[in-house]
Design a protein around this ligand. Structure first.
Ligand code: DOR
Ligand code: ZN
Length: 453
């Protein structure tokens, strides 16, 4: 493989940004050097005025294969990733069928092998009965447990979750919302629309009811999330288990998490919980219906503060594409989820330009942090011997979000029409240039990550 020299740029690391040339060969970083040195290379790329970051690692995406290719597939999903500066994703198990057994996991491995532009890891899910399969599974980032139902209806009851904490030998990543509280709230808030509970316990609403999408944030309230976080943290403490809370969205969840710092519990925040609030239902309706829901402006502010204070360890997208037609349905039928991969790095770089974030925080939250927390071998740093997964960014370049230019198959974004200052201009995966200036220019070189590093 060619030796490539990225010359005259700056390198981003967890301590800040420094001037350096970066030499890569055979998919690895040979080293970083002071400017002005002489280094043999087959190709030299001038990075003057640009910053070279470790490729971003997104530990929370839903690429919809197997089973729902009409929403997203591994070509479009991983194209969206590299366009958004992401060189490694961890894909969630709520597929059709869900990934619950070692056989399911192997089938998914076979299905996606050779079809990804970026590197990847594959989660296994928990259905209340598959702890032995989870314990047998090799090389997964973690097991994903849904405390409440969301897309795929993988919610499981508290007793089985207790079992999981006692018996499972993997890290646990949790979708923390309290199902019972959600059901109660739904009955309450939807009764004014004529909702009734049937003999099967299911809630039904008259077809003609015009339900305000903003009710979603009331039904799946911050209290629901905080209650589930507390339940999970207690179990983590009792069992000495490593727990990671997905998409924390509110002050209340963070307050609970602070009480359990002794357990080593970690958490992530999604871009929509940093950018969108319940005020935005008026504009976007069900397009910003997501689980957990968008919160108040105060919560948004708290999430930014939590990042600054180190209370949140990871930013992860929860990229959850659904088609336009699906999202245009009424509240009861519109699925939850927002596509976020294409726009991840422009959003973060814009925040750096605004002074809301520092580049070293981007590296910590999106590169080094996730690599270390999930034990990803060779990932997350621009250092000798690490994988040459790199993203070159231009902090001056404007990125206007246009639906038709997105790589995600669903071709919509709540940020369409927004312009972010700062964006990726080149993305390298394993030393191969795969994305350049708005275009996919490389091959599907993504590989499964090795966990346990
Ligand atoms: O809004 C969401 N969408 N939350 C989830 O937990 C799942 C995701 C999806 O897969 O659509
Ligand atoms: Zn998710």
């Amino acid at each position: 493989m060619a030796k490539i020299l990225l010359k005259n740029g700056q390198v981003g690391c967890a301590l800040g940004v420094y001037d350096a040339d970066v030499l890569i060969e055979d998919g690895k970083i040979v080293n970083t050097f002071d400017w002005g040195g002489k280094h043999e290379a087959d190709e030299t790329i001038d990075c003057k005025g640009k910053i070279i970051l470790p490729g971003l690692i997104d530990v929370h995406v839903h690429l919809r294969e197997p089973g729902q290719k009409y929403k997203e597939d591994w070509t479009t999903g991983t194209q969206a990733a590299v366009a958004g500066g992401v060189t490694t994703i961890c894909d969630m198990p709520n597929n059709v069928p869900p990934v619950l057994t070692c056989e399911d996991l192997e089938a998914k491995r076979k299905l996606v092998a050779g079809r990804a532009y970026c590197n990847y890891g594959l989660y296994m899910g928990f259905n209340g009965q598959n702890i032995s399969e989870i314990n047998k599974a090799q090389n997964i980032p973690a097991v994903k447990v849904y405390v409440a139902n969301s897309t795929g209806n993988m919610g499981v009851g508290p007793e089985t979750i207790r079992e999981l904490f006692k018996k499972c030998n993997k890290m646990i990543v949790a979708h923390a919302e309290d199902e019972q509280m959600i059901q109660q709230n739904a009955q309450g808030y939807l009764s004014e629309y004529g909702a009734t509970v049937g003999e099967d316990g299911k809630l039904s609403v008259p077809k003609e009811a015009k339900i305000e999408p903003s009710v979603h944030s009331k039904i799946r309230s911050a209290e629901c999330a905080a209650s589930a976080v507390k339940f999970l943290c207690e179990l983590a403490r009792e069992n000495g288990k490593k727990l990671h809370i997905a998409h924390v969205s509110s002050d209340q969840e963070l307050t609970v998490l602070l009480d359990y710092q002794d357990t080593g519990v970690t958490c992530e925040v999604a871009p929509h919980h940093l950018l969108l609030s319940d005020d935005d239902y008026a504009t976007f309706g069900n397009f910003i219906k997501v689980n957990p829901p968008v919160r108040s402006k105060t919560d948004l502010f708290t999430m930014w503060k939590a990042i600054k204070f180190g209370e949140v360890q990871i930013i992860a997208t929860d990229h959850a594409p659904h088609t336009l037609a699906e999202k245009e349905q009424g509240y009861m039928d519109a699925p939850s989820g927002i596509p976020e991969l294409d726009t991840l790095l422009p959003i973060l770089l814009n925040a750096v330009n605004d002074g809301g974030l520092e580049m070293k925080e981007v590296v910590k939250l999106c590169c080094e942090g996730p690599a270390k927390l999930f034990g990803m071998k060779g990932k997350g740093q621009v250092e000798a011997g690490f994988d040459a997964d790199l993203v070159v960014v231009d902090m001056e370049k404007m990125f206007e979000v246009k639906n038709e230019k997105l790589f995600t198959k669903c071709k919509w974004s709540p940020y369409a029409g927004s312009t972010f200052k700062g964006c990726p201009v080149m993305t390298f995966v394993g030393g191969e240039l795969v994305y350049k200036n708005g275009k996919i220019v490389g091959k599907k070189v993504g590989r499964e990550v090795e966990f346990g590093g």
